[in-house]
Structure formats: C-alpha cells, structure tokens
Design a protein around this ligand. Structure first.
Ligand code: ATP
Ligand code: MG
Length: 336
C-alpha cells in the first residue's frame, strides 16, 4: 500500500460540554493513503460528516474535538499537525492541499453568480498572481475535466442540471490541485445513473491527477464499486475497515453484512435485501458494550458489557474489525 497522506488517531468529538455533552466520535483511527479512494459508510447519524468536519477543522459549536490527532503528510516527508494550525495556516491549507465538497453542495453554488465567476474567484483568492485570461482558461479546463462543455462557463446555476451543478462543485474542489478531496454525500440528490457517472469521472481524474479521495455515503454498494478501501462507522466508531472487495466478499462485522444487504448491488450476483432491524442509537442513550448489540443477530455473552476494540484479525494486518466474534471472547478479556 502507498504511503499515508492523512492519519487520524484516537479522534474524539463531543457535541456540547459538561453533563450535556454527547460523544459523536469515539477513538476514531483512520489512515488515507496517497492516491487511494477511501469510502466511508454508515447509517444516518453514525458520525461521517462529523469526522469530515473535525478533520478539516470546520466543526462549529457545539462541536468540540476532545482528543486525538490528525496529521497531514507532505510529499517531502514532513507532517503537519492539522489540529494545531492557526486560522491563517488553515486558510492556506484548505483548497490548496485539501478540499471538501459538502453534503447538499449542489445547492451551495451562489445563484446570482455565473459558473465562470465562481470558479475564477477560487483561483483569484489563492493564486493572486494568475492573470485574468489565464484564470478563465483554467476555469474552462476545469469544466472540461468534469465533462462539462466550456461554453457553459457563462451559465448561472439555475440554468444547469443537478448533475452539472454537482460537477461544477467538484471542479471547484479540484481547482488548486489539492492532494486530498473529501466528498460528503455529494451525489445523494441525484439519480443512480448520474451518481455513478460522476463517481466514474472522479475515479478517472484521481488516476490522472493523483489525488486521494474520502468518499462518504450511506450507500455501501456505490463504495464497493468505486473505492479501494472502505471504513464502516456505527455510533461514532469505526467498526470495520478493509479493501472494498474484502468487505463485499467477506464482511466480518455483522453491521457491515447488514449494510451490504440493505442496498441492491448493480453488478455481481443478485442477493436478497434484508436491511437491518431496529434503528441506530441516539448519542444520548448509547447502549453499553458494543453499540450495535441490540440489533445484532450474532451477539454473544459480553457484547452488551464490553466495547470491542478495532483489532486486526488476520496475520497480514490488512483489515480491522471491532467485533467480539473476531477477537478473544469478551468474558476472557474481562478476566485478563
Ligand atoms: N450541531 C449538532 N449538535 C448536536 N448533535 C449533533 C450536531 N451535529 C450532529 N450531531 C449529532 O452527531 C451525530 C453524528 O452526526 P453526523 O451528521 O456526523 O452523522 P452522519 O453520519 O453524517 O449522518 P448522515 O448520513 O445523516 O449525514 C448524530 O447523532 C447527530 O445527531
Ligand atoms: Mg452526514
């Protein structure tokens, strides 16, 4: 596997403080490697957006990072501690090194400005030396990159389809050739065909330009197709992490298996959709032990009392899972 470009370790995020605080992220460890597409999946409320916001320091109150580290690894081998960057350093870092396309971003284009002015604004802010005609050339190039004809440059957002608006947002995120692009459910408002078309384009661009992608969605079947590795979140924790094909063929966490059976796969053998019984827990009433145990058909003694840590069940260390079915039994762990 290639070298890491982003490492997250022991990240904890609360919403609120004191007795009102709820834990939205708990001890999250995650590594993004250079050039990879990392998919992040989990039901609504599992903490996916919170993770994206915390890593990019865009978390707003009442969200607070209460512990952990986030490091960005530069090509020269040095590492930046993202949680320690000043506001000015952060401004330079965002867009240049890391850009993010937010959930519902399709509607975040400014309705009264043309695509041209919105794309060139980003360039102007970060590349003040770039001449005006060069900025326009670059804006055209960016539109082409995401499959939109350059003659749409003068269009206003309402003159574009949803898929095109989404692609303009992706073009904007790529404007300064960042090393990392985080996409938080960028395609959920689009139809399935358009979702796949955009993702296919993104994967092709990644191969061309060499950036890394964190792609967030609750639709795991999309990730199986397009990502290299997948991390699954439940109740603010990563519960499983493995290569996309490993997760598809052999999900180890009962929750991953449940998610896989909740979405129809576009390719491969048909399987019955069964969904996951029950609903995700509320942060203020998190079950003891493994947060998934009340919905889990495979629970064993101790699942309701001991939190399973993310551990690597295979000798090659390529995947990790936080489930007592794949670790020393919780009863034994309790004795030790
Ligand atoms: N501003 C806030 N104040 C209090 N709780 C919050 C706030 N924002 C998010 N939460 C809680 O944090 C948890 C994680 O939310 P988050 O938005 O990260 O989930 P998500 O996985 O992105 O969900 P979705 O798939 O719906 O986008 C949820 O339980 C949510 O209710
Ligand atoms: Mg979200």
């Amino acid at each position: 596997m290639s070298e890491p470009v982003l490492t997250i370790s022991g990240l904890n995020v609360d919403y609120g403080t004191g007795t009102d605080a709820v834990h939205a992220l708990r001890d999250v460890d995650l590594t993004l490697h250079r050039g990879e597409v990392l998919g992040l999946a989990g039901e609504s409320g599992s903490g996916k957006s919170t993770l994206a916001y915390a890593v990019t320091r865009l978390l707003s109150p009442p969200g607070v990072i209460t512990g952990g580290d986030v490091h960005y690894h530069q090509r020269d081998g040095s590492a930046l501690d993202l949680l320690a960057l000043s506001a000015a350093e952060l401004r330079a870092f965002r867009w240049q090194e890391l850009s993010i396309v937010f959930q519902g971003a399709m509607n975040s284009l400014n309705p009264v400005h043309t695509v041209h002015s919105q794309l060139t604004d980003v360039l102007q802010a970060h590349r003040p030396d770039m001449r005006k005609n060069k900025r326009t050339d670059r804006a055209k190039e960016l539109l082409n990159l995401v499959g939109i004809s350059a003659d749409r440059l003068g269009a206003y957002p309402h003159q574009l389809s949803g898929g095109m608006r989404q692609r303009v947002m992706i073009a904007m995120a790529l404007a300064l050739e960042p090393e990392i692009v985080i996409m938080d459910e960028p395609t959920t408002a689009l139809d399935v065909v358009m979702q796949r078309q955009i993702l296919r384009q993104l994967v092709r661009l990644r191969e061309e330009l060499g950036f890394s992608v964190v792609f967030i969605t609750h639709d795991i079947s999309l990730l199986i197709e397009f990502s290299d590795r997948i991390a699954i979140m439940y109740g603010g924790r990563i519960v499983e992490q493995a290569g996309a094909s490993e997760i598809y063929r052999d999900p180890r966490h009962p929750y991953s298996a449940g998610l896989l059976h909740s979405f129809p796969a576009l390719h491969g053998p048909r399987r019955e959709l069964s969904g996951i019984p029950g609903s995700p827990p509320h942060l203020s009433a998190m079950p003891a032990g493994c947060a998934f145990h009340p919905r889990c058909a495979k629970k064993v003694d101790g699942c309701d009392t001991h939190v399973p840590v993310l551990a690597t069940p295979d000798a090659d260390g390529s995947r990790s899972v936080a489930c007592w079915l794949h670790h020393e039994a919780p009863a034994a762990a309790a004795r030790s």
